[in-house]
Ligand binder design. Structure first.
Ligand SMILES: [Zn+2]
Ligand SMILES: [Zn+2]
Length: 307
């Protein structure tokens, strides 16, 4: 596993933990001193963010552990487990916003927050913007599923805060009170869509969904480059454990090759695939093929299941 990519991911986890913690303390402090119920509720929200971000950080830390004798394929799936929970959380908050938007449509009322909570919201907006931008760069570098899930969560907070400010400003300027529920509905749909994508990616990893199509062309090219000794391949199987992926297939070779010769061919194919896919572990099982005038016969115990 690439150590620097793990460090970047964990740093992103620490960053979101610190942001949520700071915001929770700030909102609690101002909320208590001003006696603002809205701010106390918002402090509770940040407290929950702090909790989920600590779970995420723990999962990122777990996922970064190298393979050991108890987990010989590594700990990569920790990200997918946490991602699954995170997607459910985001879906619930998306559903909640949608429900509220629908209710406000039926009975619009512009809620004007107090000045103190507007200031706190502004601070939270700035801090969350920094966090979200930083997470974006981490996602671009590492493609981390869990950082994406955390990112979606904070984008939802950011959009939520922005919307409150925007709809308050609009309501004060124009008297339009339908802007708030409409914007809320749009944000909630965005959240539900994002939650669905993360849910799907997490379950794909947990369920070992096949990725063969990403490898097929390269395997064919590498395998064909070894001819005439390599006659074909079958039973290609792939799965992902987050960043680490696993690829295995059976290689068809003439039955009269020596063990040394076939091992050499296998190693050279392994080397070439490893170079092309640095995060993929490859396992090749050799199968003997009888070649004579009548054609080729695969000497395998079972017929191939996949190609
Ligand atoms: Zn086979
Ligand atoms: Zn070997």
């Amino acid at each position: 596993m690439n150590p620097s990519s793990n460090q970047i991911k964990i740093l992103a986890g620490v960053f979101s933990l610190v942001t949520a913690g700071l915001l929770a303390v700030l909102k609690l402090w101002v909320g208590v001193s001003q006696g603002s119920l809205a701010l106390l509720a918002s402090a509770l929200d940040s407290g929950l963010d702090f909790l989920t971000s600590s779970v995420n950080l723990y999962a990122l830390h777990q996922a970064a552990r190298p393979a050991d004798s108890e987990h010989r394929y590594g700990y990569g799936k920790a990200e997918a487990i946490a991602g699954l929970f995170q997607s459910l959380l985001v879906a619930v908050s998306g559903g909640w916003i949608l429900f509220h938007a629908a209710r406000h449509f039926l009975k619009p009322k512009a809620e004007i927050p107090e000045i103190s909570s507007l200031y706190v919201m502004l601070v939270s907006l700035v801090l969350t913007t920094f966090l979200v931008l930083y997470q974006r760069s981490v996602i671009r570098k590492t493609g981390s599923l869990l950082v994406s899930a955390d990112h979606l969560h904070y984008v939802s907070d950011l959009l939520g805060n922005l919307l409150v400010l925007l709809s308050v400003a609009l309501a004060m300027q124009t008297g339009w009170d339908w802007v708030d529920p409409l914007a809320g509905a749009v944000v909630s749909l965005y959240l539900l869509k994002g939650a669905w994508e993360i849910f799907k990616k997490s379950t794909d990893i947990l369920m070992d969904r096949d990725l063969s199509h990403e490898y097929r062309d390269s395997i064919l090219r590498v395998v064909k480059g070894r001819s005439p000794q390599v006659l074909g391949y079958h039973d290609l199987r792939t799965r992902s454990a987050g960043e680490r992926r696993f690829l295995e297939f059976h290689l068809e070779m003439p039955k009269n090759l020596t063990l040394e010769e076939s091992h050499k061919i296998l190693d050279s194919i392994l080397d070439e695939l490893k170079e092309e896919f640095p995060y993929t572990e490859v396992l090749i099982h050799p199968d003997p093929v009888e070649v004579n005038r009548n054609g080729r016969t695969l000497l395998d115990r079972e017929a191939p299941r996949f190609y």
